[in-house]
Design a protein around this ligand. Sequence first.
Ligand code: DQA
Length: 143
Amino acid sequence: MRVLILNGPNLNLLGKREPVVYGDTTYAELEQLCHRWGGELGLEVELYQSNHEGALLDRLHQTEADFVVLNPGALTHTSVALRDAVAGVGLPTIEVHLSNIYAREEWRRRSLLSEVCRGVISGLGVQGYRLALSAGKELFPGG
Ligand code: DQA
């Protein structure tokens, strides 16, 4: 079973970026953890991060994964294009946020993506990715 883990703008800065909010795990460490957790579950893990909306859309359009774990970063709150890509591709998608977007600024509480995702994990730091991998494996065999 294959999973695409897609990370949006600024997630490459993990570890350096507002560590009080996003934790001190770096993006490289997150990649390693996801490969390890995926491996333990018998999943083939593809990871992709981009600061560019169109690049994220292209990667999503191309994927042959069974399910997607998506942290859209700030595009969560703004991107109709990413929302439509998730809906259009039709793969089961789990939205993940490191921080609890419901305990922050008012404008951050609104996600354009949640409506087209199968579930949302928010506020559990990098553990959110582990939970999403494990849930996706159970819930979406064969996509
Ligand atoms: C985030 C939350 C977003 O509001 C923010 O813009 C991010 C990261 C998170 O993982 O908590 O870039 O998606």
